[in-house]
Structure formats: structure tokens, C-alpha cells
Design a protein around this ligand. Structure first.
Ligand code: HEM
Length: 560
């Protein structure tokens, strides 16, 4: 026993060299037994810590195995058993690798003639090829998540209209959410329903304001005329500043200058967020305090603070107006109407209004810019339609500078041209939803959590819906109305469908008609030799190399 004790002491002395100093320092007064006890408790705690780390690691590994391999495998079998087909899934990345490779290959191919509108194989080649190979409803994998592509109008109607309660809006990436704001686009459930109910009527009252905003656009057109007469303008850039101007006026009205400052901040945030978005595959990158990230955070805070200040100032003005004149005079613009109708009693507070303002700027600016850009490009490519639209404009408006609200309804050709542009070049190329529960879609049972992709662009170019001439620019197909333009009444969906259809649709159409009227009544438009037809998708559908056009003043109209 004595021998064993002696051995312990030797070991302890040896260990005192190896043990952390805190166990050995200041222990002179402690007995060997106490030291042994402390050592055992220390090593036990180290063992527990190590075991916890190993356990955590094992749990994470099991979770990763489940998420990346077992669950997708199980879901894949479920889809196979039902006969749903699609490209083979690859571990972890799903079909993302092929999608990227196909887009890169297609976009590097030489561009066909500028009047070639069969753009699906170029901009979304994976959808084109897989739809051809597997049918109008097929399965692809976005990483480990199944994505069912639904390109049949009848099933699209089920997802967006008749069984809408079974599908949720897709949750956007945090960078995208930061830009879009937590407004209508990103809200769900009861909060979305409340905001939609309060905001929709606000939009319906704003068309006149858009008219005023576009009048400024008309002035900008005049300024762009140049001294030499004929001038080359990149309309993609030019419309961007006009749309921004219009949306700022419509949203902020009398606070235009302050609103403009906020939108400038937001435009800067968009550039930084787009840069950061390209690095999302570096996990945790967005939390790192890099120079750009810090700038992004600061911009976001500044935008919110500025908007909050604007909202509270508008509330004060609205209150004063009401007290003095019995009615709110500041309610003519979006901010005024929202602050007037969306008080805390209505369930919407100032920070909700702030988020909605951000949403309108994001959702309304680039989409409308792209619509205007593509429409002007198509009119330049098809001078026969430019001529018909101009004649109609002169007939309806006479000597008036811009169409009045009543005139707008009479501009049928312009309306058809805008619709045909939205068909061939829809700014939003797809809609995403997520199944809230296991749901029957056609002859398939789609499990909960599956993403549903509605490929607007593919539906709009589908020959089985639009006929053999589906890729031809032919506005006349809309002469009998939207629902009769194709073989199915829901084949035309540039604004979405159902309860979440675009809240800014009427405004965008008014803006497009007014801006195009301002351009058509003053200029003949043709393609610049510098224009290259290369549509591409980065969130929205853009002309990759811009849209340089030649504007030639129509002197006859000036003389009238
Ligand atoms: C050419 C122009 C535009 C196009 C092609 C367009 C397209 C769309 C589409 C396809 C949706 C439905 C998305 C979905 O179902 O997931 C949508 C929703 C929305 N759009 Fe537009 N949009 C345009 C202009 C505007 C404008 C000018 C505004 C506002 C200033 C706006 C605000 C919104 C909002 C707030 C939503 C969400 C509605 C909700 O979820 O309740 N859009 N838009």
C-alpha cells in the first residue's frame, strides 16, 4: 500500500510539470490527496468538454448527413415512384453546377439577329432543355432542396389562385430581404393580409401622380434631344433615372428632395449588396466587419433613420392639415396616404411604413425601367409597330403634349405593344413558392417544403400555348384582350396571379404608356449600330450590353 502511495507521489510530481500551472501554483499548503482530487476533477471536466465537442461534432455530422444525403434520397425516391422526372441530382449541389455551366455556355454563344426573340434557350437554357426532355412539370434540385418546375397554366392557377393557402412565399436571401425591405413582397400570413388591404387602395389613387411624374420624364426627353438633332442614348440608363424620379415623386410627393436622398442611399446599398451577394457561398461572410460590410450596415441604418424621420414629419403635417382645414392635404402621395390611413390603430406603425417605402422603391424601380427599355428596343426593332402606335397617339391626343388619364384607355396599340413586350421579355422571369404541407398537384403528391418554380418566361414562349409563331413580336395577338391572346386564359402572367399579384401593375402600365407617349410623339427611334442583342438574367431580365438607340426628332409635330 505504502509502495502504491509512493508511486502516486512520483506520478504526481511528474504530472506537476505537465499539468497547467494553476493546479500546481499556490498548492504548497495542500495535501497530496487534495491535489489528486483536484487533478481528477480537472481531468474529468476536460474529458466532459472533449466529449461534448465530439458529441456536437457527431450531431452536426448526422444533421449534415440527413440534410444533404438521406432526406434528398428519400424525397427523390418519393418523386420517382410517382413518375416525376428530371435531371439527375448531384450530392450537395443538386443541379446548380449544370445550371451555371449551361447558362455560361449559352451566353457565350454568338448573338443572333436583333429581331430574334426566342430568348429562353439563351437566358435560361436549363429550363428550356429540361422542359423539352421531361415535360411541363419536372423535378430539379437546388442544392439539397427539391424544386418542382410547373409550366402548365392549369397547375399554375392551382398554386397561385385556387389552392393558394397551401403555398407560402419563398423566403428570400437575407441580402435580398435587406434591399427589398420587410414590406408586402416579404410579408406573409395575417400581417401581409392587413398591409395588402390597406395599401392596395392607396395605389389605385396614384395614377394622376404618376402622370405628373412622367411629365418630368417628358421634360427629360426634351433635354435629351441635343443640339444636332439626332442623338444616341442608352435608354437602359436613361429610363432608370426617369423611373427613379417618378417613383420618388409618387412615394414622397412634397418631401421629394428628402425622399430622393433616401433613394440615393438605397441605390448605393444595392450596389454593395449585389457585390456581397456574389460571396454568399463563404459562410458567415456577411457578419464579418469588413470595410464594405460596415458601409452596408451603416447605409441600412441611415436609410431607416431618414425614412422614420420623414414618416414622423408627415404625420405631424397631416395632423396640422386636418386640424386647420378638416382634411389631410398631404395624403396625395404614397407616404402621405399611408401615414394617413395606416395609423397604429389600423395595425401598421411607422417602422412598417418605412419598410413599405423601401419595398416600393426596390420592387417598382428596376422592373419598370426594364419594361420601358425592352418596349423601346422592340419598337426600334419593329418600325411598322412604331408607326402604328405613333399614328394612334396623334389621333387620340391631338395637340396635347401628353395623354390625359382618359386618353390612356384609348391607346389600344400602345397597350398591346406593352403586353407583347411583357410576354416576350417579362422583367420578372419566375415566381417561387414553397409547399406548406404535403399537397396534391395534378397527379403528383408534392411533399412539404418542396419549392415550386413558376417559369414565367418559359410559359410566355411555349409554342403549345402561343402557337408556332410564339417567338414573333406580334402585338396584334392581344387585340381581343389578355385572356384570349393564348390557348389558355392564364398563359400571360407577367404580374403574377391571384392574391399576391403585383400591387404596382396599374401604376407601371400608366408610367410605361406616358413615358412611351412622350418619346414616340417627339422622336423616331432606331437601333444604334452599337447595340448587341444579348438578354440576360440577374434577378431581372436585362439587355446585357445596355440599350443604345438613335433618337431622331420629329419636326412635323413640333411645327403643329
Ligand atoms: C413592369 C413592372 C413590374 C413587373 C413586371 C412586376 C412584377 C411583379 C410580379 C411578377 C409580382 C408577383 C410576385 C409573386 O407572386 O411572388 C409582383 C409583386 C409585387 N410588386 Fe410588382 N412588378 C412591376 C412593378 C411594380 C411597381 C411599380 C411596384 C410598386 C411601386 C411593384 C410592387 C410590387 C409589390 C409590393 C409586390 C408584392 C405584392 C404582394 O405580395 O402582395 N411592382 N410584381
Amino acid at each position: 500500500m505504502k509502495q502504491v502511495k509512493g508511486l502516486h507521489e512520483v506520478i504526481m510530481n511528474e504530472f506537476c510539470i505537465l499539468l497547467p500551472s494553476y493546479l500546481c501554483q499556490g498548492k504548497q499548503g495542500s495535501t497530496r490527496k487534495e491535489m489528486m482530487k483536484e487533478w481528477w476533477s480537472w481531468s474529468a471536466s476536460v474529458m466532459v468538454q472533449h466529449s461534448l465537442v465530439i458529441l456536437l461534432f457527431l450531431l452536426l455530422a448526422m444533421k449534415a448527413l440527413h440534410v444533404l444525403w438521406l432526406k434528398p434520397k428519400k424525397l427523390e425516391r418519393l418523386f420517382w415512384r410517382q413518375g416525376m422526372r428530371g435531371p439527375p441530382r448531384r450530392l450537395v449541389i443538386g443541379n446548380v453546377g449544370e445550371m451555371v455551366a449551361m447558362v455560361l455556355a449559352a451566353s457565350s454563344m454568338p448573338v443572333r439577329s436583333s429581331s430574334y426573340h426566342n430568348i429562353l434557350p439563351r437566358v435560361l437554357p436549363f429550363l428550356h432543355q429540361w422542359k423539352k426532355a421531361y415535360g411541363s412539370i419536372f423535378l430539379m434540385w437546388f442544392g439539397p432542396t427539391p424544386r418542382v418546375v410547373v409550366a402548365e397554366p392549369e397547375l399554375i392557377r392551382e398554386v397561385l389562385v385556387t389552392r393558394v393557402q397551401l403555398f407560402d412565399r419563398y423566403v428570400a436571401h437575407p441580402f435580398v430581404r435587406q434591399l427589398e425591405g420587410e414590406g408586402l413582397v416579404n410579408l406573409r400570413g395575417a400581417k401581409w393580409a392587413l398591409h395588402r388591404k390597406l395599401i392596395s387602395p392607396v395605389f389605385n389613387c396614384l395614377c394622376r401622380r404618376w402622370g405628373e411624374g412622367c411629365r418630368h420624364g417628358g421634360e427629360a426627353v426634351d433635354r435629351g434631344r441635343g443640339s444636332s438633332g439626332e442623338v444616341e442614348v442608352d435608354v437602359a440608363e436613361w429610363y432608370q433615372s426617369i423611373t427613379e424620379d417618378v417613383i420618388t415623386r409618387v412615394t414622397f410627393g412634397r418631401s421629394y428632395a428628402d425622399g430622393k436622398a433616401v433613394f440615393n442611399l438605397q441605390a448605393r446599398l444595392m450596389v454593395l449588396a449585389a457585390e456581397a451577394f456574389n460571396r454568399v457561398f463563404v459562410p458567415g461572410y456577411r457578419y464579418l466587419p469588413t470595410k464594405k460590410n460596415r458601409e452596408r450596415w451603416k447605409l441600412d441604418v441611415d436609410i431607416r433613420q431618414n425614412l422614420a424621420m420623414l414618416v414622423s414629419r408627415r404625420r405631424e403635417i397631416a395632423g396640422k392639415d386636418e386640424a386647420e382645414k378638416g382634411a389631410s392635404l398631404s395624403a396625395k402621395d404614397l407616404l402621405g396616404q399611408m401615414t394617413a390611413s395606416c395609423g397604429p390603430a389600423a395595425g401598421i406603425n411607422s417602422s412598417d411604413v418605412v419598410e413599405e417605402c423601401k419595398t416600393f422603391f426596390f420592387a417598382g424601380k428596376q422592373t419598370t425601367t426594364n419594361l420601358l427599355t425592352w418596349t423601346t428596343l422592340l419598337l426600334a426593332m419593329h418600325p411598322e409597330w412604331q408607326h402604328i402606335a405613333r399614328e394612334e397617339l396623334l389621333h387620340v391626343c391631338g395637340s396635347r403634349d401628353l395623354p390625359s388619364p382618359d386618353d390612356l384607355h384609348k391607346l389600344k396599340t400602345l397597350g398591346m405593344v406593352v403586353n407583347e413586350t411583357l410576354r416576350l421579355y417579362p422583367p420578372a422571369v419566375a415566381i417561387l413558392r414553397r409547399a406548406k404541407t404535403d399537397v396534391q398537384l395534378g397527379r403528383y403528391t408534392v411533399p412539404r417544403g418542396t419549392e415550386i418554380l413558376i417559369p414565367i418566361l418559359a410559359v410566355h414562349h411555349d409554342e403549345s400555348l402561343w402557337g408556332a409563331e410564339a417567338h414573333r413580336f406580334d402585338p396584334a395577338r392581344f387585340s381581343q384582350g389578355l385572356s384570349r391572346a393564348a390557348r389558355h386564359p392564364n398563359a400571360f402572367i407577367p404580374w403574377g396571379l391571384g392574391e399576391r399579384t403585383c400591387v404596382g401593375r396599374d401604376l407601371a402600365i400608366v408610367e410605361a404608356k406616358l413615358a412611351l407617349a412622350a418619346v414616340l410623339s417627339r422622336f423616331e427611334i432606331s437601333l444604334s449600330p452599337n447595340y448587341t442583342h444579348a438578354p440576360m438574367v440577374t434577378m431581372l431580365l436585362y439587355p446585357k450590353h445596355g440599350a443604345p438607340l438613335i433618337f431622331k426628332p420629329i419636326t412635323k409635330i413640333e411645327e403643329q
